[in-house]
Design a protein around this ligand. Structure first.
Ligand code: PA5
Length: 452
């Protein structure tokens, strides 16, 4: 809908001339990303191609886990949790955990990405740890949240299983740094590695995401094939042919027009957690204090998670009539995996009976169209990404597409999209507050805070 100003006449959309004006910058951004392809922090661009051996190892490990266990629990946070949750939700039964065992393609699956003590207790109340594999995912191998969960389950497993406890923990971490690696080696846990140049939020298509997906019966080769397909599209330098580049161009213009909020609104329950994954990718990558030359710039566009149609009834009033500060991205599904027909009935009440005979598929599509129209009418920006259907191939494409869009945006904003100094500051302060050796100076800094 970037031509919407012709409809509204209010000059509130993205004009073709504005797109044309960005052609040079788009070419430069594309070139910069291609120059770094597979190197440094863009090592994730190799993920679709260089994991043949690791995929075999993961599939074998997953088969073993499925055979011997009833539960699979990811212990991780941020980039080590949001991808596994999003992909599992997208590609498996919406009520996967509630299915009877013979209908579920893998063990009951939990991603524990918080340290709320009630949640920890709740997990332990519902699983049988003797029948559970815990996948401890931490690239740094130091994150307090994940390591504290690890310490708890390690002790419980050892108390319950003695020497066999080691078969119930798999660690996904750096191959050469952090505290988790030496612990895993000493204890004899199975290990998978996160490549050096793959940051947390770019790691869903490496062992971080691939093991949990494979355990739950997801075709990880197809996921990677989808990513490779999108990668081929993104090798094209012409922004008209490169979807992620065009999207980044439009988002950059939107930001320049004051659209500082990016609302992600899938019209599919299966894609609801994609919004969480996207929110981290977009927020942590683009929210930066300084540019590549160290000048204070304070960049970023605030991501908001929304779900169609659910949030039509809670947020869309703001999106239509509120300030001109948002751009909405609809994730549209071409064909849902099920068709459900609304029953005929209540013929004496035409205001209800008109629904009968239509499908829920028609209804949800109509509501998405209607919301898009309501936004358009009031001059609000939106764009739509259509997945012909939700499957491993299209989800692989979608993940890679957003990663590429983020890399291009980093170039447009002239920032490092791959670091997270703000997050690291919080991690270091936590270490200091809880007395980690080596963080005495940070503790003194915290103690010297002005009183509240
Ligand atoms: O994107 C990132 O780098 C972060 O969100 C990390 O994924 C998160 O902080 C967890 O880090 P780690 O995997 O090192 O435990």
């Amino acid at each position: 809908n970037y031509m919407m100003e012709e409809f509204t006449g209010a000059g509130r959309g993205i004009a073709k001339s504005a797109l044309e004006a960005k052609r040079g910058a788009a070419l430069a951004a594309h070139k910069a990303v291609e120059l770094k392809r597979g190197k440094g922090w863009l090592e994730w661009m190799s993920s679709p191609y260089d994991q043949g051996e690791v995929v075999k190892e993961i599939n074998a490990m997953a088969a073993d886990i499925r055979e011997k266990n009833d539960y699979f629990v990811v212990l991780g946070i941020g980039g080590s949790a949001l991808g596994p949750s999003a992909v599992q939700k997208a590609l498996n039964h919406i009520h996967y955990n509630d299915l009877p065992g013979d209908k579920r393609p893998g063990p009951i699956f939990y991603v524990e990405d918080n340290i709320d003590p009630e949640r920890m207790q709740a997990l332990l109340d519902v699983i049988d740890i003797k029948k559970t594999v815990f996948n401890v995912i931490s690239k740094s191998g130091n994150t307090s949240e994940t390591m504290s969960q690890f310490l708890i389950v390690k002790k419980l497993l050892e108390d319950a299983l003695g020497a066999d406890a080691k078969d119930h923990i798999i660690c996904t971490t750096s191959s050469h740094s952090g505290s988790l690696l030496p612990i895993a080696k000493k204890e004899g846990y199975r290990l998978l590695f996160v490549p050096d140049g793959v940051g947390g939020r770019f790691s869903e298509l490496c062992p971080v995401g691939l093991l949990p997906a494979a355990v739950c019966g997801i075709d990880i080769e197809e996921l990677l094939a989808g990513a490779a397909y999108m990668d081929q599209l993104c090798r094209v330098e012409d922004m008209d042919e490169n979807p992620a580049l065009m999207s980044a161009v439009m988002m950059k213009i939107a930001i320049e027009m004051g659209r500082n909020i990016s609302v992600m609104m899938p019209y599919a329950d299966s894609l609801s957690l994609m919004s969480d994954w996207y929110a981290q990718l977009w927020a942590e990558s683009l929210g930066k204090l300084v540019d590549n030359e160290g000048r204070e710039v304070r960049t970023g566009q605030t991501p908001v998670k929304s779900l169609g149609v659910t949030d039509q009834h809670s947020q869309v009033q703001l999106y239509t009539e509120g300030p001109f500060d948002k751009v909405l991205t609809f994730l549209k599904v071409g064909e849902y995996r099920t068709t459900y027909t609304i029953s005929e009935g209540c013929e004496d009440v035409p205001s209800v009976s008109f629904l009968g005979g239509h499908t829920m598929n028609e209804l949800i599509q109509a509501e998405r169209d209607a919301t898009e129209y309501a936004l358009l009418k009031l001059g609000k920006m939106s764009m739509t990404i259509t997945l012909p259907e939700v499957n491993a191939f299209t989800v692989g494409q979608l993940l890679y597409y957003f990663q590429m869009e983020t890399a291009y945006m980093g170039e447009f904003l002239n920032i490092d999209a791959f670091n997270q100094p703000g997050v690291e500051e919080g991690k270091n302060a936590t270490y200091a507050l809880l007395g980690r050796p080596g963080y005495e100076e940070k503790k003194a800094e915290l103690d010297a805070r002005p009183p509240k």
